[in-house]
Design a protein around this ligand. Structure first.
Ligand code: ZN
Ligand code: ZN
Length: 267
């Protein structure tokens, strides 16, 4: 990513207390789009169609095939998740956990998938950082995007795209009428239920696609993270819609490390 620097106001705001979303699970890219593998109940691990508006109820057989597929792919995070599900316990809460509503993750994946055969795509993540008794955590509210140009192995925002992103952030902060946390009404920029001040919403990271070349942080991606997203808790999501893999990284004390994305359903 290059172009004018988008200054994050991240360090200027106090981190507010807010309990983490519960009842979610790790996001897995199934054949029909992102699904949640939860540890709470079998019927909660319903796959969501990326393109459709309805939720498809997965048969036990279908669910098991996803499970088997995830084991075969030998992804450490899936294995730990499955272990977690089998033990019916809450996942380990660690500082590297990032939270996102599943339908918002679907938007990211859909964007990456739409141009998968042509080029990489890029977007930013709006959200905020909160803390609870387990410590601070990042909560993504929604992805936004702007005009970009790229190839199969490169993408960057255009100057015009940066302006579009700033306008969307401004609109989110000033014109949202629904709270991104609990979907309650906002009046005078505050949620009537949880009290969240929508003006605190900020850019909490970025996402981009790697169509067909895997979910990893390239040298350029690391440079981008260091240059533009070098604040604690800021997130990078890399989605490979062709291989159906994604990865999440986070900056902490200037270091970039792998994080876990925890999806949940809202409403
Ligand atoms: Zn609220
Ligand atoms: Zn990349």
């Amino acid at each position: 990513m290059s172009g004018p620097r988008i200054v994050s106001t991240h360090s200027q705001n106090e981190i507010k207390d807010l309990k983490r979303p519960s009842g979610g699970g790790q996001i897995y890219l199934g054949e029909n789009g992102p699904i949640l593998l939860t540890n709470t109940a079998m019927n909660a691990s319903t796959p969501w169609c990326v393109s459709g508006t309805s939720t498809v109820i997965c048969s036990i057989k279908g669910w098991l095939s996803h499970l088997v597929e995830s084991v075969v792919r030998l992804k450490t995070e899936y294995l730990s998740l499955i272990a977690c599900w089998l033990s019916r316990s809450e996942p380990l809460i660690n500082p590297g956990l990032v939270y996102i509503p599943l339908d918002e993750f679907c938007k990211i994946h859909k964007h990456c998938e739409t141009l998968a055969l042509e080029r990489e795509v890029i977007g930013l993540l709006l959200g905020d950082t909160f803390r609870d008794r387990y410590g601070p955590y990042t909560r993504i509210f929604t992805p936004i995007t702007g005009k970009s140009s790229g190839s199969a192995v490169h993408v960057q925002f255009d100057r015009e795209g940066i302006a579009e992103l700033m306008a969307q952030l401004h609109e989110f902060q000033n014109e949202s009428s629904i709270c991104p946390i609990d979907k309650q009404t906002i009046s005078d920029r505050r949620c009537s239920n949880c009290g969240y001040d929508i003006k605190n919403t900020k850019m909490v990271g970025w996402y981009h696609s790697h169509p067909g070349h895997g979910a990893f942080m390239s040298v350029t991606d690391i440079r981008t993270q260091e240059q533009y997203f070098n604040f604690d808790h800021l997130v990078a999501i890399v989605d490979d819609p062709l291989r159906r893999e994604y990865g999440v990284w986070q900056s902490t004390n200037g270091e970039i490390s792998k994080a876990v994305l925890y999806g949940f359903k809202t409403g």
